[in-house]
Design a binder for this molecule. Structure first.
Ligand SMILES: [Zn+2]
Length: 437
């Protein structure tokens, strides 16, 4: 850990530097946007700029592998400019954009180029892309893989938009077989359509009853069995039901290469909290009861859930009007993920290193973003100064996302993002990323 370079572009020092091995006083030295050295806090490191954070923590930039930007096509819902400004303000330095809700959906190599053109020059953080696996595009998956997507998203139940249909069992098997052939990754929205019903009314209780925990368990079991048979690396997105976790563990024990993520809202909100008509809390699968929430925290502590990502899924406010039976299902609060999770994590005795593992290195490992996800020599100098003891009250007007709709309005949270360095600089433009072969 000695300095090897004579002069650095930037040195950032903190008594609470969050390294892969844990939190300790350290100095991080940067050359050409990369971390060149990690040294003792007081080390002599001549640099153009030397920043002393003292007791403000220094975190690796967060990697959010589950963001629906919606541009092009539904840019009035959200766009690359606003989504990435929100990300940067929240300490997220890399996002991976979901293939649906934009038009066209990212289900062909041509559609990926359309999306890249829409994003080009508009991003405040680095941006990668998922492809989509839908009925009829199995032959396109390898082209998308070669064009640099980080993996493929599919649904096993209706997605909410007609241009991105779900796969049936044969479709999943075919996609997995193809993706396994080139060593790719399939990520799955797992709710069994046979167990979903139309809500019997507009209230939250009726919505919750229409998407029972067993719908997740049934889908996880089906997907895990196919993952085991095909050898396809598979990941369950936004797991809400803690009762499905033993199934995941069981199939992993039987050789399925399957992992799971959950989201800040499942970890911090409960069905009991949802106010009448509060459709900003509506998402699929739904936020469940308080006991379920504790099961998700246990799975994070045990390492069974490896990632916490936003599933930022905004829409125009008009689509959030009406009851829980008709409003758009999606929670948008990308900017708040870090303080939301940190506030709850520290109350449960977790440290910043745990949060960095769930929200930075975990998603970086999932996607194969080897230059991201940690403060370590050779990686991109994506760094976040985080005042971990400072509190604030969520003011929706302060959010950079396109529409100020959030279930966290008025909540007091702990942890303020003070400075963000993207590849060693503040205010730098984001790059469009491609998976490296
Ligand atoms: Zn999503």
């Amino acid at each position: 850990m000695t300095a090897t370079h004579e002069f650095y572009d930037l040195v950032v020092r903190s008594r609470r530097t969050v390294l892969p091995e844990g939190e300790r006083p350290a100095a991080v030295a940067v050359v050409d946007g990369r971390i060149e050295a990690v040294a003792d806090h007081g080390a002599a490191l001549p640099a153009a700029e030397d920043v002393e954070l003292g007791d403000i923590a220094l975190l690796p930039g967060l990697v959010d592998s589950h963001v629906h930007v919606n541009e092009p096509g539904r840019t009035e819902w959200e766009g690359f400019g606003t989504a990435t400004l929100a990300a940067a303000a929240g300490g997220v330095t890399t996002i991976v954009d979901m293939p649906l809700n934009s038009l066209p959906p990212t289900v062909t190599a041509e559609a990926l180029e359309v999306k890249r053109s829409a994003a080009d020059g508009r991003c405040a953080v680095d941006v990668g892309f998922w492809g989509g696996a839908v009925p009829g595009n199995t032959g396109e998956l390898r082209r998308l893989h070669d064009a640099g997507v980080y993996g493929f998203k599919c649904f096993v139940s209706p997605s909410g938009v007609e241009e991105f249909p779900e796969l049936d069992e044969e479709g999943i098997r075919a996609a997995m077989t193809e993706i396994a052939a080139f060593g790719g990754l399939l990520i799955v929205h797992a709710e069994d359509p046979g167990q979903l019903t139309e809500p019997a009314g507009p209230g939250y209780a009726e919505f919750l009853a229409s998407r029972p925990p067993s719908s997740e368990g049934a889908a996880v079991a089906r997907v895990a069995r196919l993952a085991q048979r095909t050898g396809c690396r598979t990941h369950i997105v936004h797991l809400s039901d803690a009762g499905s976790l033993p199934l995941l563990a069981e199939w992993r024990g039987r050789g399925a290469r399957i992992s799971a993520e959950t989201c800040p809202h499942y970890l911090t909100l409960t069905a009991e909290d949802v106010p009448e008509g509060g459709t900003e809390f509506k998402c699929c699968p739904p936020i469940r009861g308080a006991a379920n929430r504790e099961g998700l925290w246990q799975a994070l502590a045990d390492g069974l859930i490896a990632c916490v990502v936003s599933d930022h899924s905004p829409c125009v406010p008009e689509l959030k009007k009406g009851g829980f039976d008709t409003a758009w299902g999606g929670i948008s609060s990308l900017q708040l993920g870090l303080p939301v999770v940190w506030s709850a994590a520290r109350a449960r005795g977790h440290g910043l290193a745990d949060v960095a593992r769930w929200m930075s290195s975990g998603p970086a490992e999932l996607t194969g973003l080897a230059a991201k996800g940690g403060i370590a020599v050779g990686r991109d100098a994506d760094l976040v100064a985080f005042a971990a003891d400072k509190s604030f009250v969520v003011d929706p007007a302060a959010l950079r996302q396109r529409h100020p709709v959030t279930p966290y309005a008025g909540r007091e949270l702990t942890g303020v993002v003070e400075t963000v360095w993207l590849r060693g600089a503040t205010g730098r433009s984001g790059r469009l990323l491609r998976r490296h072969p």
